[in-house]
Design a protein around this ligand. Sequence first.
Ligand code: 13P
Ligand code: ZN
Length: 271
Amino acid sequence: MKDINTAPFLQEMVELTSQMYRLGWDERNGGNISFLLHENEVAPYLATTSSLRTLPLGFSAPALAGEFFLVTGTGKYFRNVKRDPETNLGLFRIGEDGQTAELFWGYRDGGRFTSELPAHLMSHQARLSVDSENRIVLHCHPTHLLAMNYIHPLDEKSVSHTLWQMSTECIVVFPEGIGVLPWMLCGTNEIGLATAEKMKGFRMVIWGMHGVYAAGKTPDEAFGLVETAEKAAQIYTLTSHTERINTITDAQLKELAEAFGVSYRQDFFDC
Ligand code: 13P
Ligand code: ZN
């Protein structure tokens, strides 16, 4: 068996958590990531004949039975992942019953997967139903996007439109806009179901006054979505208290989307 610390998927996860921590998106244990792995990626590093432990999911994810995931641990700090991946991350397979996680590596201190696993796995199922190549779901608490939640109407049409206006690249990067959920109790199956419902139409979903979820085919895609939205929200918060004397017009936003050939939410414009 090869050393799992050399596995590209593990190195990617270490890099991702470190960068998200450095950007201030994941204070303390804030945020969580799930990375769908293919069996042939895992096989060179781990024997998958017998698991270390079996953990109940607390919900049912039948469409993901047999799938492998690398997932951050609950209560674990992103800043510590690089120094000790085996304690702060876990690699498991969803059991054939769709209701258990068979742990093959990680959570070394007896820990378990993130409390937000319902939102992660339900979002994976939702994204896979519209994009068979989706592999990453990540959650974090980016500062400016969160700040915007307190001073901007929290509906997806106006939040999406405002973010598009804040930077020319936005409508090209997330032409579908950004989904918005009101404040809800986190760590529950209910917020998981609500997030997954939004994930059928969006790759990013704001959890009101809490943070954001993003999904993608690759870590770069999901990370890039948050990075772009967070930058736009930063520009919004930097300019919201002063008179705006210039803007990107709706006609220019549409011109951009058409020039880049992206399919955008036309109903997020007033006309
Ligand atoms: P976990 O430590 O359980 O991953 O929770 C962090 C978080 O951001 C909750 O929304
Ligand atoms: Zn959170």
